[in-house]
Design a protein around this ligand. Structure first.
Ligand code: OSB
Ligand code: MG
Length: 375
């Protein structure tokens, strides 16, 4: 199979409300959509990076640069296997260091292409023949708010909508007191926190105090390379630590678990460099009895549907950050949009590939820049 063209479509979509994490605020979500073309078929992907490097160092600009100036020539110049093309491209990209979101986007587009060519849902390829679920459980991730009442209103709405657990972003000065007020107001709801690396070892005693709050987990309190600090905190608390930013590869994830740095892993295939790497982390956690869940990065429909598909694997036993389209966007780029059912779940599409249509008219409306790479 030859890839005849790669479309890179940079779009910007306004969030229904700004999303604040420890490092900054996201109001308009920028993203790079990737579409590969082969023999009349195509495959869609969405790179995880945003305009600014608030989560990791990657941005729309670095992803575009790496794909256009480095990967494209090889992708367009080779013959890829009709079956297993995504795995071949993942292995091929292994020779380059870093840039996981750029690699993940190309690999994801290959998965969707292969699934569409075979007429099967992309979830079926991700599962590799293992039993999968037909709905995935969903929790909501809520940004930092200055006003407690604004946050309380969002929590109330999320519970009424049926979300199965509430994740609150925390940062220095937006932590213990807020969480105590949430417990006072809402009682024993399934609650977790995500610090996005916002604390240091100097905050250890404060973080130990979070242990009394009965949280489902504490996600990524320290910098990504601070595995020892995470292990030190985990040894002092019963609440499980979950790693997000630190879990950069299957090998590092295994080492973090060996060190006792975490008891739960957030799988984001974009951060890990692709679906194959995400599935490898799923498998190694399953072998060790460590639960995983699928993280999100305010994806639009394409990235969300790839995430829904991967979250069908058996060890995704906790609620995933895969909210309904309308929690993020006035209008998502896919048809139909992703919706939450009455049980706080999202249905896994049964059509070919990611299973929903990408709307060209909306891509045009949200477009910032667009190019097509050819041999
Ligand atoms: O750490 O999970 C994170 C959003 C942007 C950057 C990092 C993260 C997030 C989220 C959003 O928590 C989760 C979602 O997409 O619903
Ligand atoms: Mg996180």
């Amino acid at each position: 199979m030859r890839i005849e063209a790669i479309d890179l479509i940079h779009i910007s979509i306004p969030l229904v409300s700004p999303f604040r994490i420890s490092r900054g605020v996201i109001s308009d979500r920028h993203m790079l959509l990737v579409r590969v073309h082969s023999e009349g078929a195509f495959g869609w992907a969405e790179a995880g990076a945003d305009l600014l490097p608030l989560y990791t160092y990657e941005t729309v600009g670095t992803v575009r640069h790496v794909i256009a100036d480095l990967f494209a020539e090889e992708i367009l110049g080779r013959d890829w296997p009709d079956e297993g093309g995504a795995l071949a491209v993942a292995e091929h990209h292994g020779k380059w260091p870093w840039h996981p979101m750029a690699k993940a986007a190309i690999e994801e587009a290959f998965w969707d292409l292969e699934a569409r060519r075979r007429g099967v849902p992309v979830a079926e390829l991700y599962s590799g023949g293992r039993p999968t679920r037909d709905r995935v459980e969903v929790g909501i991730s809520l940004g930092i708010q200055d006003e407690f009442e604004v946050l309380a209103e969002q929590i109330e709405k999320a519970l009424a909508d049926g979300y199965r657990r509430i994740k609150l972003k925390i940062a220095r000065g937006h932590d213990l007191a807020v969480l105590r007020s949430v417990r006072d107001r809402f009682g024993d709801i399934p609650l977790m926190v995500d610090a996005n690396c916002g604390y240091t070892s100097e905050d250890m005693d404060l973080l130990v105090e979070l242990d009394d709050l009965g949280l489902v987990m504490i996600e990524q309190p320290f910098e990504y390379d601070e595995l020892e600090t995470h292990a030190a905190l985990q040894s002092r608390i019963d609440t499980p630590i979950c790693l997000d930013e630190s879990a950069k590869s299957p090998a590092i994830t295994a080492r973090a678990l060996d060190m006792g740095a975490a008891r739960i892993i957030n799988i984001k295939c974009s951060r890990l460099g692709g679906r194959a790497a995400g599935i490898a982390v799923h498998d190694l956690c399953e072998e060790r009895g460590v639960p995983v869940w699928c993280g999100g990065m305010l994806e639009a429909g394409v990235g969300r549907l790839h995430n829904v598909a991967v979250a069908t694997l058996p060890n995704f036993t906790m609620s995933n950050d895969l909210s309904a389209s309308r929690r993020y966007w006035k209008r998502d780029i896919i048809d139909p949009e992703v919706e939450l059912d009455a049980d706080g779940c999202v249905a896994v599409p049964t059509g070919p590939g990611i299973g929903h249509t990408v709307r060209d008219d909306l891509l045009e409306r949200y477009q910032v820049a667009r190019e097509t790479l050819r041999p």
